[in-house]
Design a binder for this molecule. Structure first.
Ligand SMILES: Cc1ncc(COP(=O)(O)O)c(C=O)c1O
Length: 418
């Protein structure tokens, strides 16, 4: 019996499913992690893996980045939580505003879910309308108004027991990369906002087709619909200014989390001044949190964002080498599937030639991915344990890491083909 399996048995007794978030559970047992440094994580049994899960995205500078740790240590000596404003928090706000094109004003929060919850409320309060549009297959956190599945037409049904039907009756579903599906909803429902991941990252990675984000921007602008880019994953990952800088499309509001917390819990919602100045106490739209803007997360986030300055071209180049190798292996082995990727995020879909939206992604072959996940693990590579999660690369992933991963992948697709 391994230490991880022992710990899992213990965890099952006291926590539902033995994990603190559902995606972390997999069979026969999740690895319990003991430590992490650079591109590597080490499990409770002392096995080391090259990590492409990176805590689902935050660790873009690798684990235990010295630059971030120094900033955190410095802050720890000065206190951990004040419940009052601090210069560290202000510096993070200013840095975000400088980097993210849409961020004229910024409000800090704690998690990605909280940031999207607040942003939606602000869009509703600002427009005086209730409807919200999300993309099929997107994820914006586990709160009621966005934890939905597609129902009839573009309507929603609750995405979990416990969510009242009433809570989702104003949530509408458009298909990503399909501008007509969005136009139909905007014309029929005059929603308050469209909330979308500019690059889908929670149903595997799906980049926007050429011109799609520009079209979304045009139709939302023409209809006075608030466009919210949920950049919880892509913010500070695709470029210094997130996906909006990468693609040159500026939304009205943005949510960020993950990387901007530097490995701690930190998030933000931001946007045009005319919208954000309606947030309390400047305006009437309420948003609050005891841990919002806490100085430890702010110090860590600021350090990680600063550390990444000027490092994106190299990171994206290294990642594109991995994407290229994965594609070559798929093609050479004649495996049915495709590799989607942009910047340092990517995913592998089996069984289909291309994936351009959430509906197509949910129809891909997950069994083969589960086999890949186990194969990669036994070859020292840690992926997120789901076909529909992204793979992430950090600045700490070396040429050797990338080529070992490409080789392990190649051996899997060749073995599957036999
Ligand atoms: C795009 C997006 N939005 C929101 C969230 C929710 O963030 P959190 O898990 O920090 O609440 C996630 C989490 O993965 C996400 O990927």
């Amino acid at each position: 019996m391994t230490k991880s399996s022992e710990l899992y048995e213990r965890a099952l007794n006291k926590s539902p499913g033995g994990v603190s978030s559902p995606v972390r559970a997999y069979k026969p047992n999740p690895l319990f992690i003991e430590s992490a440094k650079g591109s590597k994580i080490r499990d409770a049994d002392g096995n080391e893996y090259t990590d492409y899960c990176l805590a689902y995205g935050p660790m873009i500078a690798g684990h235990s980045c010295d630059f971030v740790l120094d900033a955190v240590r410095n802050q720890l000596g000065k206190g951990t939580l004040y419940g009052a404003p601090s210069e560290t928090e202000l510096e993070l706000i200013e840095l975000i505003s400088e980097r993210i094109p849409s961020a004229e004003m910024v409000r800090l929060a704690v998690s990605g879910a909280e940031a999207t919850m607040h942003a939606i409320r602000v869009a509703r309060g600002f427009t005086g309308r209730d409807g919200i549009v999300k993309m099929i297959g997107s994820y914006h956190g586990a709160h009621d108004h966005v934890m939905t599945n597609k129902g009839e037409g573009y309507k929603s049904i609750p995405g979990s027991p416990g969510i009242p039907a009433d809570a989702v009756k104003n949530t509408y579903n458009a298909e990503y990369n399909d501008i007509e599906s969005l136009v139909e909803i905007i014309e029929a429902e005059s929603p308050a906002c469209v909330i979308m991941e500019p690059v889908m990252g929670n149903i595997g990675v799906i980049p926007p087709e050429k011109g799609y984000l520009e079209e979304v921007r045009r139709v939302t602008e023409e209809s006075d619909t608030v466009l919210i880019f949920d950049e919880v994953i892509t913010g500070f990952r695709l470029s210094e200014g997130g996906a909006q800088k990468f693609y040159g499309v500026t939304p009205d509001m943005t949510t960020c989390a993950k990387i901007m917390g530097g490995g701690f819990s930190g998030s933000a919602f931001m946007g045009k001044k005319e919208i954000m100045e309606n947030v309390a106490p400047a305006g009437k739209i309420y948003a609050a949190g005891t841990y919002a803007g806490n100085p430890v997360s702010a110090a860590a986030g600021k350090a990680q964002i600063e550390y990444m300055t000027g490092k994106y071209a190299e990171l994206n180049k290294r990642s594109s080498e991995l994407i290229g190798s994965l594609r070559d292996s798929m093609e050479d082995s004649g495996t049915a599937g495709c590799v989607n990727g942009v910047g340092s995020m990517m995913s592998v879909f089996f069984g289909v030639d291309s994936v351009k939206n959430g509906t197509q992604a949910s129809g891909t072959n997950r069994e083969t991915f589960n086999g890949l996940f186990r194969h990669m693990l036994s070859n020292g590579t840690y992926l997120a344990p789901s076909a529909l999660e992204a793979w992430f690369v950090s600045t700490e992933h070396s040429e050797e890491d990338i080529s070992a991963t490409a080789e392990a992948f190649d051996s899997f697709v060749k073995r599957e083909k036999k």
